[in-house]
Design a protein around this ligand. Structure first.
Ligand SMILES: [Zn+2]
Length: 137
């Protein structure tokens, strides 16, 4: 779960708190950061949901806190990954992604069998988040 930084050092993944507008705290956002030059980048796969969440808050948000992992399947998965391993590898992440997709597909079947439209929509959203992969390494 590392990538190389433009400065030549290694950027590692951390779950960080993003503060928006000085008032809104968004916890557990997966961010790559470099200790050498302090550069940081939001994990690309979660960017659309992070900007979506910020968009919903509007220009003058009230003081509040969000747990990003409740909004985004990637953030949730990365939290689980770091609970299991201190320095997880890409292979461990791939394995966990596979397990998570299987679990979500099982849930989807169950939700469909029960005819629970709200639940179906929720599971479909989580599946679409996690299948959005643009990783190049
Ligand atoms: Zn750097």
């Amino acid at each position: 779960m590392e990538k190389s930084c433009p400065c030549g050092e290694t950027m590692s993944m951390k779950l960080r708190t993003v503060i928006y507008s000085g008032k809104v705290e968004i916890d557990n956002v997966p961010v790559y950061s470099c200790d050498a030059c302090s550069r940081s980048e939001v994990f690309p796969e979660v960017k659309p949901d992070l900007t979506g969440l910020i968009g919903q808050l509007g220009a003058k948000p009230e003081q509040q806190t969000f747990l990003f992992n409740e909004w985004n399947e990637w953030a949730d998965l990365i939290m689980e990954l770091y609970t299991r391993q201190k320095r997880p590898s890409r292979q461990e992440m791939d394995k966990l992604i596979g397990e998570r997709i299987n679990k979500l597909l099982d849930l989807l079947l169950l939700a469909q069998r029960l005819g629970d439209d709200e639940w179906i929509a929720e599971v479909e959203k989580r599946l679409s988040q996690i299948s959005r992969r643009t990783m190049s390494t």
